[in-house]
Design a protein around this ligand. Structure first.
Ligand code: UDP
Length: 253
């Protein structure tokens, strides 16, 4: 018999029913995907690192008054979260051009943007999460104008917090993605940061060397993803003492 009811399984995480109504348990898998699932692998220890890193960022946000779905970490791979109604948008905030923006506008990756730019993609794997203008979001009823104003304000606060924290450990926050959820309190909905914040959903470059410390290492075959994430966790002081990622033993003949 299953230990508990699975509510949803995504590419990198599983949601289970939580111990109390209004809660879920979020389980971090070791699976890595890129290009909307076109490239797949299992990266030993990634789930453990992302669980810790997401705990670290979400706790920091809660502490400075930016609401998130995070309640507490339960174990190496699981955290207790508030159940939210996910707004079907990937909210992307960019400080420097990279990835799809660099490509679309013909900008060199790393070009500083005149100010942080927040953009929205409609969450739909079959469509490849297309970039959508605010007009679409409002016209199709995915969020109201008021929600969008609040989401932009939330994303910019997350950006300032994450940029500062990362700068403190010699890392440049190039861009990141968050998801936002609604928590209903009677007729009133509060917007909170949901999903995860980890090197899977951020672009992180070493300030000195420019080395990539995020999922681009996997997307672009630049080396060991686990080593890159371990480096981020080590610098932030959140490396669990018994992290599962260790160099594989080599056979000596
Ligand atoms: N991102 C993400 N999930 C997605 C798409 C993007 O977490 O499904 C993050 C990505 O890691 C980067 C930022 O959002 O930090 C901007 O990604 P971009 O639009 O440049 O997309 P990509 O180049 O990855 O296709």
């Amino acid at each position: 018999m299953a230990r508990r009811k699975k509510v949803y399984e995504g590419k990198a995480k599983i949601l289970y029913e939580g111990p109390e109504p209004g809660t879920f348990v979020q389980y971090f898998k070791d699976d890595a995907t890129a290009g909307n699932g076109a490239k797949k692998d299992v990266i030993d220890g990634k789930g453990v690192l992302n669980n810790r890193l997401s705990e670290f960022f979400m706790t920091g946000l809660n502490n400075i008054g930016v609401p998130t779905h995070f309640i507490k970490r339960l174990n190496m791979r699981e955290q207790l979260i508030r159940q939210v109604e996910i707004i079907p948008l990937e909210v992307i905030c960019r400080n420097f051009a990279a990835g799809s923006m660099a490509k679309r506008l013909g900008l060199e990756e790393g070009t500083a943007l005149p100010r942080p730019i927040v953009e929205f993609c409609y969450k739909d794997d079959k469509l490849g999460d297309p970039l959508v203008p605010e007009e679409y979001v409002i016209a199709f009823g995915w969020a109201t104008q008021q929600d969008l104003d609040d989401i932009v304000a939330l994303a910019l606060r997350v950006n300032d917090f994450l940029s500062g924290v990362m700068h403190g450990v010699g890392i440049k926050l190039v861009d990141f993605k968050i998801e936002v959820g609604r928590i209903w309190d009677g007729d009133y909905a509060r917007l909170v940061v949901a999903d995860e914040i980890s090197p899977d959903s951020c672009r992180l470059w070493d300030i000195e060397t420019g080395a990539k410390l995020d999922k681009d290492v996997f997307r672009r075959d630049l080396g060991s993803l686990a080593d890159a994430y371990t480096e981020v966790a080590r610098r932030l002081g959140v490396l669990p003492s018994n992290v599962t990622h260790r160099p594989k033993p080599t056979l000596i003949n």
